[in-house]
Design a protein around this ligand. Structure first.
Ligand code: NDP
Length: 452
């Protein structure tokens, strides 16, 4: 993270200074707190009770943080040790809810930034879910299925005591997909002797998972773009779209862009990106990434219209719409300048905090429609909440019904952010709108529930 923090108004400066003093080695967490605090000043001005109730001072401190040892044995018989995390940030609106990330870059700062974001995102969905995040510095890349299983079993052997359908409900994130969720759920079931479907979301549809949960974050991000464009009488039809990443979010964002008449022209992984002017072939992408678990360059060996650019990000490709959907801080000021120079109309964050603060400022200054992650990628967790409802009532909804619900929720999330931006005097600013709408809901609940 290279951007310096802009000065904050006095109403929130003291809290931010405390966060920096308390957590000096947590730059991503500081970045996420800074974004929220800068956006909610108008809310605090209008609601003195939030200031008197110490809402801001309380909300930046997680309710509970769990850090634990994860020992496991690799295929050669060697003992390995990773570090596990779960940060239970806020349960004021419902059980803690948020994904698990397995990636070598995971540390407490990353987990706290994700957990903090999750509080307001979950509030924005209108569902009864709190905010949390967790994970490990374990890297599933290059590991055998048996190694991944042993790691997941060891991870859950500690974490299970902190989870439960009314306590804390994890899901997937980077490096945690269907395979990992299966192993984690299996171990929880064995240890607790309970088939507690509602304690994990993103489960296989054969054993308690919900239709559309796999597709929900990517589809939802595209629905969010559809809503932003519709305000101006525009649509996705015929528009070129750059997507980064080639995992869960990116794949289904690409899929939905195609279905709605747009042309997704890029995808990426940590080795580089591909450009396919004919439009990314989703089936081939899934074959390469999900089935073969290969590098993205494999795609171009089987598709004549595509080329691979090694060691770079896709933001120099001229497009109308950009959907950063890989990881945090993957789109910086220079990338934003390149996109703006090529005439980008809308940017929606499929990933969490993929744009640096300077990039966000550049998009807002240039009048680009900008959907921040806590609104644009809320479709995943919203569909997780639908999965919890189905588990609780032992119902199953069809794919078409579930997708209709997702589309309608994303319309509501868009409208909540859009209206809050207007209400607080920043029309069209979804950063202010999303943060204000999410924060308002959490703050009212915290006031009502007292100092706890
Ligand atoms: P996946 O693990 O399925 O895919 C991640 C993708 O991003 C891969 O293509 C990966 O490439 C790439 N990537 C990861 N880290 C880096 C890095 N440091 N540099 C470059 N590329 C990288 O994860 P998801 O698709 O689930 O998550 C993507 C983003 O979306 C994350 O920010 C996540 O927090 C967010 N998100 C996910 C939700 C979900 O429902 N899954 C919900 C809401 C937000 P490689 O394989 O080479 O590492």
């Amino acid at each position: 993270m290279t951007d310096a923090f802009a000065a904050l108004p006095s109403a929130v400066r003291g809290t931010f200074d405390t966060v920096r003093a308390r957590d000096p080695h947590e730059p991503e967490f500081q970045q996420a707190v800074h974004e929220v605090l800068s956006a909610i000043v108008p809310v605090l001005e209008r609601h003195p009770a939030f200031v008197e109730g110490g809402i801001v001072e309380r909300i930046v401190e997680p309710e509970r943080q769990i850090v634990f040892r994860v020992p496991w044995v690799d295929d050669s018989g060697r003992l390995r040790v990773n570090r596990g995390f779960r940060v239970q940030f806020s349960s004021v609106l419902g059980p803690y809810k948020g994904g698990l990330r397995f990636h070598p870059t995971v540390n407490l700062s990353i987990v706290k930034f994700l957990g903090f974001e999750q509080i307001f995102k979950n509030a924005l969905t209108g569902q009864g879910i709190g905010g949390a995040k967790g994970g490990s510095d374990f890297d599933p890349h290059g590991k055998s299925d048996a190694e991944v299983m042993r790691f997941c079993q060891s991870f859950m052997s500690e974490l299970y005591r902190h989870l439960g359908e009314h306590t804390d409900v994890p899901a997937g994130d980077i490096g945690v997909g269907a395979r990992e969720i299966g192993f984690l759920f299996g171990q929880y079931r064995k240890i607790t002797n309970r088939h507690e479907s509602g304690m994990f979301t993103g489960k296989g549809v054969q054993w308690g998972g919900a239709e559309v949960r796999t597709e929900a974050t990517g589809y939802g991000a595209v629905f969010f773009v559809e809503n932003m464009l519709a305000v101006h009488g525009e649509s996705l039809d015929g528009r070129r779209v750059a997507v980064s990443g080639s995992g869960n979010v990116a794949t289904y964002a690409i899929d939905k862009v195609r279905q709605l008449g747009g042309i997704p022209v890029t995808a990426s992984d940590s080795s580089g990106y591909i450009v396919d002017d004919a439009g990314i072939d989703v089936d081939l992408l899934r074959e390469v990434k999900e089935v073969q678990r290969a590098r993205i360059s494999e795609y171009v060996t089987r598709r004549r219209s595509a080329r691979f650019v090694e060691g770079a990000r896709p933001w120099a490709v001229p497009v109308d719409i950009a959907l950063p959907s890989a990881t945090q801080n993957e789109l910086d000021e220079q990338d934003a300048a390149a996109l703006i120079a090529s005439g980008v109309r809308a940017v929606a964050e499929g990933a969490n905090m993929p744009s640096t603060p300077a990039a966000v400022a550049a998009f807002r200054d240039a009048g680009v429609l900008f959907g921040p992650g806590k609104a644009a990628n809320a479709g995943g967790v919203a569909t997780s909440a639908l999965e919890m409802s189905q588990n609780a009532s032992r119902q199953r909804w069809s794919f078409a019904d579930s997708e209709d619900k997702l589309r309608s929720i994303m319309g509501d999330v868009h409208d909540a952010a859009f209206r809050a931006a207007e209400r607080y005097g920043h029309p069209g600013d979804y950063v202010v709108g999303a943060n204000a709408a999410g924060f308002e809901r959490v703050a009212h609940a915290m006031l009502a529930q007292g100092v706890i």
